[in-house]
Write a protein that binds this ligand. Structure first.
Ligand code: 5AD
Length: 339
């Protein structure tokens, strides 16, 4: 698909988008069957040195208490029966760059691998780090790394981030992660103020160019304690959701064998959001295992606390899909390139 075709697809109305979704589902089925992979998500710290204009845990938001789970808490969640059934644990935090943090993560990963007898894949999502730190974590057995680009288009990126945040460094980080042998994930928000359809299309092509193995993609959700909130009119909920579904379908057609994950933000706009995304080409679901007390404070955007994950597995089964319990669910894109 060329830029023009992606643009056309992203502009389809509800009636015509059905064909796009059906095509994406057929491609997904060809590569992944009816399987939906699971990942346990542990948001282990909301301490962040970055100041992204859209994000509720940005450094300058002084209205939230900051927390960091202890190693014991993280290991308890990561080796819980549900995490084991997911066979995948994603550890996510705000971005902190210092040697202590790097060492503690390394230790925690080692402990998780030990406590679960290597029965879970570990995925880290802790922002931009040096090559040395990424290497240290890889050597501890981390399998995948998730670093969302948010927007790959410089003009938009600079409207969403302070001047000292570097799109270039983010792109370089993705290259380093690939070089080190990680399964690499990226991702973006759809429906941001200032974002054009062309920006979205370019992000999808960016993922292709950077040869990523997985992608997390979800609608932008406003947060009143962030600078972006009052800056410009926010696109309607319907637009943000619908465009995110079309973007997922386009990405499935562009990169048939990658893992595509709806973002948690889908459910913030629609209780059936994640489920709908799975019907448009996504094939992975995150189950949030962050302890409720801390989870309250990991508010990237405004959301209700959370009925969200309770019955998603039942709903997935109702759709006729099959939940792949005890399955690492590596991206075929990665497996093929590395065999
Ligand atoms: N709306 C939607 N997603 C957001 N994120 C951060 N802030 C928002 C928001 N307001 C997402 C970003 C980030 C991830 C941790 O959460 O994609 O990478």
């Amino acid at each position: 698909m060329k830029l023009e075709q992606i643009l056309e697809n992203l502009s389809l109305d509800a009636g015509n988008a059905k064909t796009l979704f059906a095509k994406a589902m057929a491609v997904k089925k060809q590569f992944y069957g009816d399987k939906i992979y699971l990942r346990a998500l542990i948001e282990f710290s909301n301490i962040c040195s970055k100041d992204c204009y859209y994000c509720g845990i940005r450094k300058s938001n002084l209205s939230i208490p900051r927390y960091r789970l202890t190693q014991e808490q993280i290991i308890e969640a990561a080796s819980s029966p549900l995490a084991l059934r997911c066979a995948n644990v994603t550890l996510q935090s705000g971005e902190v760059e210092n040697p202590n943090f790097a060492d503690e993560i390394a230790k925690t990963v080692r402990e998780i691998k030990r406590a679960t007898q290597n029965k879970v894949r570990v995925i880290l999502s802790c922002g931009e780090q040096t090559r040395e730190v990424y290497k240290l974590w890889k050597e501890e057995g981390v399998n995948r790394y998730l670093l969302k680009i948010e927007s790959s288009v410089p003009k938009l990126y600079s409207k969403l981030h302070p001047e000292n945040h570097s799109l270039q460094r983010r792109k370089e980080s993705l290259v380093i992660l690939k070089e080190l042998g990680y399964q690499v994930g990226s991702g973006m928000m759809v429906g941001l103020p200032f974002q054009t359809t062309e920006d979205i299309a370019k992000d999808l092509l960016f993922f292709k160019e950077y040869n990523i193995d997985m992608c997390g993609l979800g609608p932008y959700v406003e947060h009143s304690d962030t600078p972006l909130y009052n800056l410009k009119e926010i696109p309607s909920k319907e637009y943000r959701l619908f465009t995110s579904y079309k973007a997922i379908a386009c990405l499935r057609l562009l990169m048939p064998d990658i893992n595509i994950v709806p973002a948690t933000s889908h459910d913030a706009l629609d209780p059936k959001g994640k489920l709908t995304a799975l019907m448009c080409g996504a094939n992975v679901v995150m189950l949030n295992l962050t302890p409720p007390e801390e989870r309250k404070h990991y508010k990237l955007y405004q959301r209700e606390q959370s009925q969200l994950d309770k019955d998603i597995t039942a709903q997935i089964t109702e759709l006729g899909a099959e939940i792949a319990y005890n399955d690492f669910g590596d991206a075929l894109h990665f497996t093929k390139e590395n065999n």
